[in-house]
Design a protein around this ligand. Structure first.
Ligand code: ATP
Length: 267
């Protein structure tokens, strides 16, 4: 069934759906590679493909064959060049379609009654952040929301300790064997310390941003956790959520953003 005619072209509903999906995909790819070296490779590849279409339409057989060969080998090369972007793209899809994490799916399909979200008391966390910032001690604190963080916990020392300001300060004390890496906090308890977080490979991040802050962003890209980074150099407080870092927050702003983010309904 045709929707309309465009010159000699008959455009149907399926064509419109096809064009919309391709446009959305291209837009997502553009968003992922924007600003990175990969974006130039992507544009170059598109230009070669356009050149190939023109050569084919003109009936330039030899050139078409050479370009066909180049494009098929190029597709493989693209997968290698774009590994980081493809990984980020798949993570994005996985994160937004994590069926088990969906409130409605849990309720209606998995027949799980939603228990009230386990609230992590923020007071001990905020008090510890205040002291760590004032003393330029440095810290990295992950507050679990809904995603399972057991894989990250495995990279460090598992603990199951009551959450308290004093314990957090003891962990991040420079003489503590647990001070390096991140602390995981979930359901009001300290779950692990000395954890290694995934580091963001976003090429648009400022070069001045060190690994503690890149790890905070990386963790918030890969999971729905909120990550607080306290700079050892400047005492600055930053909060990473949804792959974005808010830097130089005062304690009040940090508390407000954390409360708002953790109270946000699950999708
Ligand atoms: N991937 C990671 N996972 C967990 N902790 C990390 C990771 N990368 C760095 N860190 C922690 O951050 C500390 C400081 O790293 P770095 O100096 O590169 O960060 P920074 O962002 O410049 O922070 P600062 O302002 O505190 O110097 C490391 O000693 C380590 O404890």
């Amino acid at each position: 069934m045709f929707v309309f005619h465009l010159g000699f072209l008959d455009v149907g509903w399926l064509d419109l759906l096809d064009i919309t999906v391709v446009a959305l995909l291209l837009y997502q790819i553009y968003n992922l590679v924007r600003g990175s070296v990969a974006s130039r490779v992507f544009v170059g590849y598109l230009l070669v493909y356009l050149f190939y279409l023109v050569a084919k339409a003109l009936g330039l057989n030899l050139l078409t064959t050479i370009l066909e060969y180049f494009i098929s080998v190029g597709a493989l090369a693209l997968i290698i060049i774009f590994q980081q972007e493809i990984r980020r793209f798949l993570l994005l899809i996985g994160k937004s379609t994590n069926i088990g994490n969906n409130r409605w799916v849990r309720r209606w399909l998995l027949r799980q009654i939603d228990k009230p979200e386990p609230l992590t008391p923020l007071r001990p966390v905020l008090d510890a952040c205040k002291t760590l910032a004032a003393e330029f001690a440095g810290g990295l604190l992950v507050i679990q929301r809904n995603d399972d963080l057991s894989k990250v916990a495995e990279t460090g020392e598992r603990l199951d300790a009551e959450l308290s300001k004093q314990l957090l300060l003891a962990i991040f004390n420079q003489y503590s064997p647990l001070h390096d890496g991140a602390v995981l906090i979930g359901e009001g308890r300290i779950r692990a310390a000395r954890c290694i977080l995934p580091v963001s490979d976003d090429a648009e991040l400022p070069a001045t941003l060190g690994f503690r802050h890149r790890a905070a962003i990386g963790m918030s890209e890969a999971t729905d956790a909120a990550v607080i980074a306290i700079s050892e150099e400047t005492g600055r407080l930053s909060l990473a959520t949804d792959g974005k870092l808010d830097i130089n927050l005062n304690l009040h702003d940090l508390e407000e953003r954390l409360v708002r983010y953790l109270a946000r309904p699950l999708t």
